[in-house]
Design a protein around this ligand. Structure first.
Ligand code: PEP
Ligand code: MN
Length: 364
């Protein structure tokens, strides 16, 4: 249940509502937060004492009550049927145009990241990515350049005019990373690192939340809920492939989740075809497929010389492929938008194959 407060509710009224909702008193998480629906309290419906709902409905500081049956509340589409738009400078995630984030897996040197930034910009990408703190499977692999790498990324972003996205792996570094990065990435391996989610939620920066390699969609939305519950409404989900039995590709890109999420949540959804496939030859076709499925954008690994990359070179595309990906993404989105206004067989206007039409037909 989400309790939406009226604008101008007083702190005495907030305290009173919190007291009404807190039962047993150990539920400390009951406090007002900013959300897409305004200032709200969130409570599991099962934690509501009988009678409280009716009392709340009459309370002068309560604008409305939204019953939400799912475990995630602030992330639910029931809270806001309109897609959340996450603004990063001039760029808008969830605004209709496919947003492309591109750059190397890791920042390797000042020269490499400046070159990558120039190529990303030239290809029409909107944001620059680059890992400085790297979650590597082996402790013997390149671990990233750390703070100096982040500073290089920030300089390359500023020089190219592209906002930057980078991963933060530990709560203690959130402040330092948020001081330089425009968007904080929570990596797949950390999707359920709850102290990290809470701290990142308080950073004031938009969060790109990757799906854990074995996380269900519900677990992923609950991870987003941790960030939203800190009052940070700027969460972007990112599907990056899930574990499967097949070892032919690094992961399996779960494209099902793209139209499905559009029916479950108001949050924008990106797809990472680099980590999802592990093969650079699959990044372009699967990236375009993700846009066709209704993704709000892509994050891809692009290296000026993929064969020389210190990490994830096999799945990194070159600048020419990035240019093609940006162009094809725009073309596919425009074609779907155009066909959305085609008349149906019976002559009436209606959506045919737009992403929205796909979502409407999803049965959950
Ligand atoms: C990355 O983006 O470089 C990365 C490590 O991604 P993921 O967390 O999805 O594996
Ligand atoms: Mn990588």
């Amino acid at each position: 249940m989400v309790v939406v407060l009226r604008e101008g509710a007083t702190s005495a009224q907030r305290d009173e509502i919190a007291r009404m909702l807190r039962n047993p008193p150990a539920i400390e998480y009951i406090r007002p937060v900013r959300s897409v629906a305004g200032e709200v309290f969130c409570v599991p419906t099962s934690a509501m004492r009988p009678g409280v709902r009716a009392q709340l409905a009459r309370h002068p500081a309560v604008a409305r009550l939204i019953p939400i049956s799912t475990s995630y509340q602030l992330a639910s589409k029931a809270l806001s049927p309109v897609k959340t738009r996450v603004k990063v400078g001039e760029v808008v995630f969830g605004g209709g145009d496919p947003i492309i984030i591109a750059g190397p897996c890791s920042v390797e040197s000042e020269e490499q990241i400046f070159e990558a930034a120039r190529f990303a910009r030239g290809a029409g990408a909107h944001l620059l990515r680059g890992g400085a703190f790297k979650p590597r499977t082996s402790p013997y692999s390149f671990q990233g350049l750390g703070m100096p790498g982040l500073e290089m990324l920030a300089r390359a972003g500023a020089a190219s005019g592209l906002p930057i996205v980078t991963e933060v792996m530990e709560p203690g570094l959130v402040g330092a990373v948020a001081a330089l990065a425009d968007v904080l990435q929570i990596g797949a391996r950390n999707m359920q690192n709850y102290p990290l989610l809470r701290t990142a939620g308080r950073s004031g920066r938009p969060i790109l939340l990757k799906r854990g390699p074995s996380a269900t969609i519900e677990e992923w939305l609950l991870a987003a809920e941790y960030i939203l519950a800190e009052g940070n409404a700027n969460v972007i989900l990112c599907e990056r492939g899930i574990r499967s039995f097949d070892t032919m590709t690094r992961n399996v890109l779960d494209l099902n989740c793209v139209p499905l999420l559009a029916s479950l949540t108001h949050l924008p959804v990106l797809v990472d075809p680099s980590h999802a496939t592990g093969m650079r030859g699959l990044v372009l076709p699967m990236g375009v497929a993700a846009i066709a499925a209704g993704a709000d954008g892509l994050i891809v690994e692009m290296h000026p010389r993929p064969d020389e990359a210190l990490s994830d070179g096999d799945q990194s595309i070159d600048p020419a492929t990035l240019r093609r990906l940006v162009h094809q993404s725009r073309t596919v989105r425009a074609a779907l938008r155009e066909s959305a206004s085609l008349p149906l067989d019976d002559g009436s206007a209606g959506p045919l194959v737009s992403p929205d039409a796909i979502v409407e037909s999803v049965q959950i």
